[in-house]
Design a protein around this ligand. Structure first.
Ligand SMILES: NC(=O)c1ccc[n+]([C@@H]2O[C@H](COP(=O)([O-])OP(=O)(O)OC[C@H]3O[C@@H](n4cnc5c(N)ncnc54)[C@H](OP(=O)(O)O)[C@@H]3O)[C@@H](O)[C@H]2O)c1
Length: 507
C-alpha cells in the first residue's frame, strides 16, 4: 500500500548511495591512470563508507606480482594520490579483497585464473558475482580484452548478478572505428552493461550546469538566441605532451578533447530540459542537440589547427612540439584546435558556439562562457559605457570551480561611468565539504548501475560525425599554424573571431 505522503515513497536523493556487494577488475592496473586516479578513487570511496564491506579489487597486468605486491602498489598510490586522509582501519578492510592476476591480454590461462579468482571472491568476500571490468588499457587492446571476457564467460550475467564493462577514452579515432568498436562491445555486452568514461561528466561543476539551468528561474528565460550573442567553451592546459608522445601524436587536441569533453559540455549547455534526470531522458536531449550541430561552410575560415612552438612558460624556456622526444619532425598533429559550430534549432539558430582547446596555453582553465548581446538601447552617453563589455555567465569547470556573472556597474563618483564588474560563486567558499574526484563519482555510479553520467553509443558516434569532416579538411590542407608556448594560441584563431566582430576571452 502506498503511503499518503508521496515524498516518503520517493528515494531520498540526499542520502548517501552505497554500492551493494560487488568487485572491480582493473585491466592495465600498472598504468598511469590506474595509479593516479582509479586506485585512489576506490580508497576514497571506501573511506567515505560508500563501498560494501566485502568490496574486492582485482588487478590484471603483466608483472610478476603476488597479491601482496599488488596491495603494496595500491597502498603507495593511495598514500600519494588519495583525496581523503589515510585511515588504517579502512585500509585493513579494503586489503582483504585485493587480488592480482598476472598475464597478458591474449593469455587464455590468465583469464581462466581471473574467473577462478572471481569465484573465490564471491565465496570469501560475498561479492555475489557482481563485477565491473575497467579497461584502463591502450585503445588497441580494447578488442582483445572484450573478446577474452566473452570467451571466458566473464560477461555473462545471471538474474541475481551483474557484469559491467567500463571503457576509457578514446572511443575510436573517427566515426568508422567508433562504430566498429561499438559493434564489438555490443556483441558481448548489452547497452546497459557498458559505461564509457568521459571523466568531465563526473565533475561537480559539469553536473552543476544542469542545476544552474534547470533548478533556477533566472537563467533559463535568457538562455537562447534572443539574448545570447555567442558561447565560448575552452579547455586550456599549460603543460605540453610530457612523456605521452606515443599516445598523442596522430591523435591531437581535437580528437583528444573536442570530440568528447567539449562536445559533451556543449550538449549540456545547449540541450532542452529533460523530462526527468534518468539516464534515458538525459541521453535523449543530449543526442537531439548533437544531431542539430552544424559545421561552418568554410572549414578553412572557421576552424584552426595549430602546434606549439618553443616559448616561455612559468618563467622557464620550453621546447616546441616538434622538438619533444618521440615526435616525428614532419608531424602535423594539432596541439591546439578551435572550431565554430552552430545549432540548428529554434533556441539557438544563428548563435555561434566557439570551442577551443590546447596544450601549452597561458593558463590551465576549463570554462563555459555564455556571452550576452548588448542592451538594445543605451540611455547613457557613449563615453559612459566605453569600458563596458558584454554581460556574461561563466561556468568555471576547473580550477577555481564556480560561476561568475559579469555585468556593468556605475563607477563611484559624480559622473556616470559604467564598467564591468563580476559576481562570483566559488565552491570552496559556499560549501564546507570538498568535491569528490570525478573518478570517485563515476566508479560509484558504475557499481550502482547508474548510467546518467556516461555517454551513450549515439552520442559518441554523433560527436565523431561532427569532427570527422574537420579532421579530413585539416589532413588535406597543409600544415597546422604555430603559436609560441605560453600564449593563448595562434593569430589565426584570433582572426577567426575578429572576422565575426568578437574576441576570445583571456581567462
Ligand atoms: N593517463 C591519463 O590521465 C588518462 C586520461 C584519460 C584517459 N586515459 C586512457 O586510459 C587508458 C589507460 O591509460 P594510461 O595512461 O594508464 O596508460 P599506460 O600508462 O600506458 O598503461 C597501460 C596499461 O596497460 C597494460 N598493458 C598494455 N598492453 C598490455 C598487454 N598486451 N597485456 C597486458 N597488459 C597490457 C600496461 O601494463 P604494463 O605495465 O605491463 O606495460 C599498463 O598497465 C588509455 O585508454 C588512455 O587513453 C588515460
Amino acid at each position: 500500500m502506498s503511503s499518503s505522503n508521496p515524498l516518503r515513497d520517493a528515494a531520498d536523493r540526499r542520502l548517501p548511495r552505497i554500492a551493494g556487494p560487488s568487485g572491480l577488475v582493473i585491466f592495465g592496473v600498472t598504468g598511469d591512470l590506474s595509479r593516479k586516479k582509479l586506485m585512489p578513487a576506490v580508497y576514497d570511496l571506501a573511506n567515505r563508507g560508500l563501498l560494501p564491506p566485502g568490496f574486492s579489487l582485482v588487478g590484471f597486468a603483466r608483472r610478476e606480482w603476488e597479491d601482496e605486491d599488488f596491495a603494496q602498489e595500491v597502498h603507495d598510490a593511495v598514500k600519494e594520490h588519495a583525496r581523503t586522509p589515510f585511515r588504517e582501519e579502512v585500509w585493513q578492510q579494503l586489503v582483504q579483497g585485493m587480488r592480482f592476476v598476472q598475464g597478458t591480454f591474449d593469455d587464455d590461462d590468465a583469464f581462466v585464473r581471473l574467473r577462478d579468482t572471481i569465484q573465490d571472491l564471491d565465496e570469501k568476500q560475498g561479492t555475489g558475482g557482481n563485477f565491473a571490468f575497467y579497461l584502463s588499457v591502450p585503445p588497441s587492446a580494447f578488442p582483445v580484452v572484450i573478446q577474452q571476457l566473452k570467451k571466458h564467460g566473464l560477461a555473462d550475467q545471471t538474474p541475481e548478478s551483474w557484469r559491467r564493462a567500463v571503457i576509457e577514452k578514446p572511443f575510436g579515432h573517427d566515426l568508422r572505428s567508433a562504430e566498429e568498436l561499438n559493434g564489438l562491445v555490443h556483441e558481448v555486452f548489452a547497452p546497459d552493461q557498458v559505461f564509457r568514461i568521459d571523466h568531465y561528466l563526473g565533475k561537480e561543476t559539469v553536473q552543476n550546469i544542469l542545476a544552474l539551468r534547470f533548478a533556477n528561474q533566472m537563467f533559463e528565460p535568457i538562455w537562447n538566441r534572443s539574448y545570447v550573442d555567442h558561447v565560448q567553451i575552452t579547455m586550456a592546459e599549460d603543460i605540453g605532451i610530457g612523456g605521452r608522445a606515443g599516445y598523442y601524436d596522430g591523435i591531437g587536441a581535437a580528437r583528444d578533447v573536442i570530440q568528447n569533453h567539449l562536445l559533451q559540455l556543449l550538449a549540456l549547455t545547449a540541450m532542452e530540459e529533460p523530462s526527468s534526470f534518468d539516464a534515458d531522458a538525459l541521453a535523449a536531449e543530449k543526442t537531439k542537440v548533437l544531431e542539430a550541430v552544424r559545421l561552418p561552410k568554410d572549414l578553412g575560415r572557421d576552424t584552426v589547427a595549430a602546434q606549439y612552438a618553443a616559448g616561455w612558460q612559468g618563467g622557464a624556456k620550453v621546447i616546441g612540439y616538434l622538438e619533444e622526444e618521440g615526435i616525428d619532425q614532419a608531424s602535423k598533429t594539432d596541439t591546439y584546435a578551435a572550431i565554430k559550430v552552430e545549432i540548428d534549432n529554434r533556441r539557438w539558430a544563428g548563435v555561434p558556439f566557439y570551442l577551443r582547446t590546447g596544450k601549452r596555453l597561458g593558463r590551465r582553465v576549463t570554462e563555459i562562457a555564455v556571452v550576452f548581446q548588448r542592451a538594445p538601447h543605451s540611455p547613457f552617453d557613449t563615453t559612459a559605457t566605453e569600458e563596458l563589455g558584454s554581460n556574461a555567465i561563466v561556468i568555471r569547470v576547473q580550477p577555481d570551480e564556480g560561476v561568475t556573472v559579469r555585468f556593468g556597474s556605475k563607477v563611484p563618483g559624480t559622473s556616470m561611468e559604467i564598467r564591468d564588474v563580476s559576481m562570483d560563486f566559488a565552491y570552496g567558499e559556499s560549501f564546507t565539504e570538498s568535491s569528490p574526484e570525478a573518478y570517485e563519482r563515476l566508479i560509484l555510479d558504475v557499481l550502482l548501475g547508474d548510467s546518467n553520467l556516461f555517454p551513450r553509443t549515439e552520442e559518441v558516434e554523433l560527436s565523431w560525425k561532427i569532427l570527422d569532416p574537420i579532421e579530413e579538411y585539416w589532413d588535406k590542407h597543409g600544415r597546422p599554424a604555430q603559436y609560441p608556448a605560453g600564449t593563448w594560441g595562434p593569430a589565426e584563431a584570433d582572426e577567426m573571431l575578429e572576422r565575426d566582430g568578437r574576441s576570445w576571452r583571456r581567462p
